[in-house]
Design a protein around this ligand. Structure first.
Ligand code: LMR
Length: 404
């Protein structure tokens, strides 16, 4: 049996973590997976998360019963307010259906499955993904029978946004197409539209009747401010763009392995939202029965307690601030000390966890093979893998790779 099963390649991101762990080289650097590290290169359990865990431990009435199929109600309600805003008219009007999911990936999957079944398709089942996008996006849509297409996003010439290409794709796609949009801190490029550009994108989306499949994995990570990073999502909802939002608490609460997330589907009426909820419940039941409790309980405490919420915001600012600091230092070493050929402005202009360095696949390969610096072949580096101790070594290795 299974003689005909072809060997699949390892995952492009997680294979780097495995290779890094197996490498005995002392100065090895892991800039692969997007997972926050502190200045000692250690995973950081947010102090506010530790506090919430202590509260859970001291609550003997908590049991291990099943959650409702759509998740912990207090968590889902608070998660919707976090992304859509506390005064969201869509929430007030009962037009938002929120389902707790297996982090952002689960939200993407459930959203994709729901669209495959219920979106009013007029032609082929397709979704437009930014070029490039998170390596997992195409597989998630293919798995449910939706064909991934791409729209121009990144311009290698400017190491910035190909806004004209993006707008052209929105305008020329068939009416009522689905576009996957990174809500903030675009993965892998770290390049986001400006507010003016977002407004232009929204106007075309409305004009063409396009559907927005928003993926929000980094709220707080882009600017250090939760509301700023939710600006585009809230603006699109306000303008009436048809959309759903996938939300992850992996990065902003440092709860990677706990798989805490939510899918929010906006409907045009309360009645439609109730029908959507009924169908999402049917899909969720057959996929995972009901979501896990632990991480959702932690986030629930943080979102629903004013003191913990303020502390969380400070923890997020700590993480975002360290990343911004690493950007500035890397830029300084490359431009002032090493005088590395090329323009490195994008290092400080890009935002969020990742920076797209603009180096070639050969140069990335040289960094992995010669310098033991683990990074994806597309030139993406996870800024959180840099710290005061390894930044110099990385900058010198990058400088060597660029000079060839
Ligand atoms: C990444 O892009 O590195 C993260 O989102 C982790 C993942 O699941 O790929």
């Amino acid at each position: 049996l299974w003689q005909n099963v072809p060997l699949a390649p390892p995952d492009s991101i997680f294979k780097l973590t495995a290779a890094y762990k197996a490498d005995p080289f002392e100065n090895k650097v892991n800039l692969g997976v997007g997972a926050y590290r502190d200045d000692d290169n250690k995973p950081w359990v947010l102090p506010v998360v530790r506090k919430a865990e202590q509260i859970l431990l001291n609550t003997p009435s908590l049991d291990h019963e099943y959650l409702p199929i759509t998740g912990l109600p207090e968590f889902t309600a608070a998660a919707a307010k976090l992304i859509l805003g506390p005064d969201s008219p869509a929430i007030a009007g009962g037009r938002v259906t929120t389902v707790q999911t297996i982090s952002g990936t689960g939200a993407n999957h459930l959203g994709a499955l729901f669209l495959e079944r219920f979106f009013p398709w007029s032609g082929n089942k397709e979704i437009y993904l930014s070029d490039p996008t998170w390596a997992n996006h195409p597989a998630i849509f293919k798995n449910v029978g939706i064909v991934p297409r791409t729209y121009p996003y990144y311009d290698p010439k400017t190491i910035g946004l190909d806004f004209d290409g993006y707008m052209n794709a929105l305008k020329t796609a068939p009416n009522n197409s689905i576009f996957l949009i990174h809500a903030c801190a675009h993965n892998p490029t770290g390049v986001d539209p400006t507010r003016e550009q977002w407004n232009e994108i929204a106007a075309v989306m409305l004009d063409k009747g396009h559907y927005g499949f928003f993926d929000c994995a980094y709220q707080g990570f882009a600017s250090g401010n939760l509301d700023n990073d939710a600006w585009a999502v809230r603006e699109f909802v306000k303008k009436g763009v048809n959309m759903l939002i996938c939300q992850s608490f992996a990065k902003n609460a440092g709860l990677y392995g706990e798989r805490v997330g939510a899918l929010h589907v906006i409907s045009s009426s309360k009645e439609a939202a109730e029908r959507v909820k009924s169908q999402l419940s049917v899909l969720q039941r057959s996929e995972i029965s009901n979501p896990p409790t632990y991480g959702a309980r932690i986030v629930n405490l943080i979102l629903n307690d004013a003191g913990l919420f303020e502390e969380w915001k400070r923890d997020i600012a700590t993480m975002a601030g360290r990343i911004i600091d690493m950007r500035k230092q890397l830029y300084k070493v490359l431009t002032e000390e090493l005088k590395t050929p090329g323009n490195w402005d994008h290092i400080v202009n890009q935002i969020g966890m990742f920076s797209f360095t603009g180096i070639t696949p050969q140069q990335s390969q040289a960094l992995v093979e010669k310098a033991h610096v683990y990074m994806t072949a597309n030139g993406r580096i996870s800024m959180t893998g840099l710290n005061r101790k390894n930044l110099g070594y990385f900058a010198e290795s990058l400088d060597k790779a660029v000079r060839g």
